[in-house]
Ligand binder design. Structure first.
Ligand code: GAL
Length: 660
C-alpha cells in the first residue's frame, strides 16, 4: 500500500475549519495524515490528567474519509507545567548555560524526571489508541537532535557519561590508555575526575571527543528504545518509526534503526541545491531497513525560522518532480509538511500545501495531480523495492572524527561521500549506504571514502570481500586511525596497506589553494589529466600494484597519485587525491558494474525498482531543460499509459515511470 498525505495540526484550527479541510484532503488522494507530535500540553493538561477528546473526533472523521493516522509521541516539547515543576529537566549547553523553554527540544533525555514524564505520556497514549482502527503507526518524538540538541552538558549527562565509560573501559587506567591522557597531563585517578568535553580554551582530546559523540548518540537510541518497547507491547498492530534528518551528523542512525520498523525522513529539497542531494538522503534512509517513507515533504517555501527568512517558492512542477524522486529511490509513503500554513507560532512562514487563508491554489492542484498519478501506479509499485550492486560505506565514527579534525579547513566527509555517490549515479547506479560492519558480499563494488578508523576485524572483512571478487575503492586518509580516535602507528593506510598494495609516504595538505595536475597512465582515462588540490598523498606502490595516475609538477612529479591492486579475484583502487567531479565520474566508471541505460545526460536521474523479474524504470529530469536519451527498447509509461522509447525526450521537470 502506498501512503500519501500531509502533516496535520488540528490543534491550530477550529472544528469548523477542520471540517472543511477533510474533503479537500480526500480530493487530493490522501490516505494518511501525521498528527500530534507537538501536542503534549493538549494530551496532558496537568500531571495525572489526560485528555484525548480534542483529537479523537478528528481521527474518526479522517478515517471515515479513508484517511488513516500516524500519531506522534509528543515528547519533543513537554508542557510548561512540567518545566515549572521539574526545572532540572532543561538541557545545558557547552558553556553550562540552560537551554531555555519557549521553542522546542530543550529537555535532557538523561534527566530522570523527564524520562518518567515521557514514559507516562507515551504509555497513556498507547493504551488509549491501541484499539483505534484509524491508527496505523507511531512516530516517536520528532527529529532527535534537531537544532543541534543531541549533545547536552548538564549534570545528569556528566553522570551518565561516566557510567557509559565505566561500562566500556571498566577502569580509569584503561580509559587513560585509550585516550592517551598522558598528553597535556589529562590523566584520571577515578571516575569523578572525568569531565564532559565542555567549551575549553584549546582543542579537546580526540578520544574524549569521539566517546562523547558516541555517548550522546547512544542517549538518543536509548530514549527511542524505551518508547519503541512501550508502543510495541501495547499496540502490536501499529508500526513504530522516527523521522530522521537525512545526513544529520549527530545521531548514529544505524544504531537507532534497531528500534524502528522502518525509518522515515524529512525532505526539504533546496531548489538551488544539487538535485541529487535528496536522492543521497533517500538512499541513506532506505539502506537502514530496505524500506522508508518521507514523513515531511516540502510543499511550499521553507526557510529558517530562527532568522525569520523564507526561501523561494517551489516552481510549478518542482513538488511533483521531488515526490516522484522519493518514490524512484524507494519511498513507500510521501507525507507533505504541512497541510496548511499556520497563523501563529514560530513557523508562521513555513509553507503548507495551502497558504494561511486555506484557499486551494496551484500547489494544492499539483499535489492532487500527484495523488491521481500515485493511485494509477500504486498496483505496480506494490512489492517493488530498490536493489543495487553498489554500496558506499558511510560511518559515524569516521564522520565524528573528521567533524572534530577535518584536516583541511572546510573539508566535509559528507561532501566527499556525496561526490562519490553522484559519480556512481552518473553511471546509473544508486548506492546502498552502509555501515562498516555491514555484509559486503552481495555488492560488486564498495566505495569506502576516507575510511580513517579501521580495526583488524574490519581490515579482515575488506580483504575477504576483495579476495572473493569484490571491487573496493579507497580514498585519502584510509586506515590512519584506531577506534579510540588515536593515530595508527603504522605507515598509512595502516591495516589496509597490504590490501591496497601501497604505502602513503607523505601527505601534502594544501590550505592555500595550491594544485597539481595528475596524468592518467592506464584505465578509461589514460592520457587525460585532472587538477587536484586540497590534500594529496604521495603513494609508493608495492610489488604488483599498478600506477593509474601520477603527479606532474615538483616536488612530487612522477610519484603515484592513484593505484590499482589485484588481490584474489578482486581489485582495490586507492585514490590519494580528491578528484574533481567530472574526472571522478569518468574514473569511477572503471570501478562500477554495467548499467542497462547508457550515456545518461547531466541532470537526468535514472533509477530502478523491482520485484523479482518485474522492473520499473524511473526517469526524472532535474536539469531545467529538455533531455534526450536512448533506451534499450520500447516501454509503457505508467503515468500517461503511452508507449515510450527507444528514443526519449524528457521536457523540463519530466517524469516517466516505465514498466520494463
Ligand atoms: C522539520 C520539523 C517540523 C517543522 C519543519 C519546518 O524539521 O520536523 O516540525 O519544524 O521542519 O520546516
Amino acid at each position: 500500500m502506498f501512503y500519501y498525505g500531509a502533516c496535520y495540526y488540528p490543534e491550530h484550527w477550529t472544528p469548523e475549519q477542520a471540517r472543511q479541510h477533510i474533503p479537500l484532503m480526500q480530493k487530493a488522494g490522501f490516505n494518511v495524515v501525521r498528527m500530534g507530535e507537538f501536542a503534549w500540553c493538549k494530551f496532558q493538561p496537568d500531571q495525572g490528567r489526560f485528555k484525548f477528546d480534542w483529537l479523537d473526533p478528528v481521527i474518526e472523521s479522517l478515517n471515515k474519509a479513508g484517511i488513516k493516522t500516524v500519531l506522534g509521541t509528543p515528547t519533543a516539547i513537554p508542557p510548561q507545567w512540567a518545566i515549572v515543576r521539574y526545572p532540572d529537566i532543561l538541557q545545558k549547553d557547552q558553556h553550562g548555560h540552560v537551554r531555555n523553554p519557549g521553542s522546542r527540544c530543550h529537555c535532557c533525555k538523561n534527566a530522570p524526571a523527564y524520562q518518567i514524564l515521557c514514559e507516562t505520556i507515551v504509555r497513556e497514549m498507547a493504551r488509549h489508541y491501541a484499539g483505534f482502527d484509524a491508527i496505523i503507526g507511531w512516530q516517536v518524538d520528532n527529529e532527535f537532535g534537531c537544532h543541534y540538541t543531541t549533545r547536552c552538558y548538564c549534570e545528569f549527562c556528566e553522570k551518565a557519561f561516566r557510567d557509559w565509560l565505566l561500562a566500556k573501559y571498566k577502569s580509569t587506567d584503561a580509559l587513560n590508555e585509550a585516550w592517551g591522557t598522558s598528553f597535556w597531563g589529562f590523566e584520571f585517578r577515578n571516575w569523578a575526575e572525568v569531565p564532559l568535553p565542555k567549551a575549553m580554551p584549546a582543542a579537546p582530546n580526540p578520544g574524549h571527543w569521539l566517546d562523547f559523540a558516541r555517548f550522546s548518540s547512544d542517549t538518543q537510541v536509548k530514549f527511542m528504545k524505551t518508547q519503541y518497547e512501550i508502543l510495541k507491547s501495547l499496540c502490536p498492530k501499529h508500526f513504530v518509526t522516527h523521522n530522521y534528518m537525512g545526513t544529520f551528523p549527530e545521531v548514529d542512525y544505524y544504531k537507532l534503526s534497531q528500534y524502528v520498523d522502518f525509518p522515515v525522513w524529512d525532505n526539504y529539497p533546496d531548489p538551488y541545491g544539487h538535485p541529487l542531494a535528496p536522492a543521497y538522503a533517500h538512499d541513506i534512509t532506505r539502506s537502514f531497513k530496505g524500506k522508508f517513507w518521507v514523513m515531511e515533504h516540502k510543499s511550499g517555501p521553507t526557510g529558517d525560522a530562527a532568522a525569520g527568512v523564507l526561501d523561494e517558492q517551489p516552481e510549478p512542477g518542482d513538488i511533483r518532480r521531488w515526490a516522484w524522486q522519493s518514490v524512484a529511490n524507494g519511498a513507500d509513503g510521501v507525507v507533505y509538511f504541512r497541510w496548511r500554513a499556520c497563523l501563529t507560532g514560530a513557523e508562521q512562514y513555513w509553507h503548507g500545501i495551502l497558504d494561511h487563508d486555506g484557499v486551494p491554489r496551484r500547489r494544492y492542484y499539483e499535489v492532487s495531480k500527484i495523488g491521481e498519478e500515485l493511485a494509477r501506479a500504486a498496483g505496480e509499485l506494490e512489492g517493488t523495492s530498490v536493489e543495487t550492486p553498489v554500496a558506499l560505506i558511510r560511518n559515524f565514527d569516521t564522520l565524528w572524527s573528521i567533524e572534530r579534525q577535518p584536516t583541511i579547513r572546510g573539508f566535509s566527509y559528507d561532501a566527499h561521500c556525496f561526490d562519490l555517490y553522484t559519480a556512481a549515479k552518473a553511471s546509473g547506479h544508486l548506492c546502498d549506504i552502509i555501515n562498516s560492519d555491514a555484509a559486503l558480499s552481495k555488492y560488486a563494488t564498495v566505495l569506502a571514502p576516507c575510511l580513517a578508523i579501521v580495526d583488524t576485524p574490519l581490515a579482515g572483512r575488506l580483504e575477504e570481500y576483495v579476495k572473493g571478487g569484490g571491487t573496493l575503492v579507497l580514498t585519502p586518509m584510509s586506515g590512519t586511525r584506531t577506534p579510540a580516535n588515536a593515530m595508527s602507528d603504522q605507515t598509512p593506510p595502516g591495516l589496509l596497506a597490504e590490501l591496497a598494495g601501497l604505502t602513503a609516504e607523505e601527505v601534502r595538505p594544501y590550505q592555500h589553494g595550491q594544485t597539481h595536475e595528475v596524468v592518467f597512465k592506464t584505465g578509461p582515462m589514460a592520457g587525460k589529466t585532472a587538477t587536484v588540490g586540497t590534500w594529496i598523498e604521495v603513494l609508493q606502490p608495492g610489488d604488483g600494484a599498478e600506477i593509474m595516475a601520477e603527479y606532474r609538477g615538483e616536488p612530487v612529479a612522477g610519484r603515484a597519485a592513484i593505484t590499482h591492486n589485484r588481490l584474489g579475484k578482486g581489485r582495490v583502487f586507492y585514490m590519494g587525491v580528491y578528484l574533481p567531479a567530472p574526472a571522478l565520474r569518468e574514473f569511477l566508471r572503471a570501478c562500477l558494474p554495467e548499467f542497462p541505460v547508457k550515456h545518461i545526460p547531466d541532470g537526468l536521474e535514472v533509477t530502478v525498482r523491482r520485484d523479482g523479474q518485474r522492473r520499473l524504470l524511473f526517469l526524472i529530469n532535474h536539469s531545467g531543460d529538455r533531455r534526450d536519451l536512448m533506451l534499450p527498447g520500447q516501454f509503457t509509461d505508467l503515468l500517461s499509459g503511452e508507449p515510450v522509447g527507444p528514443k526519449v525526450a524528457l521536457a523540463k521537470n519530466g517524469v516517466l515511470v516505465l514498466r520494463v
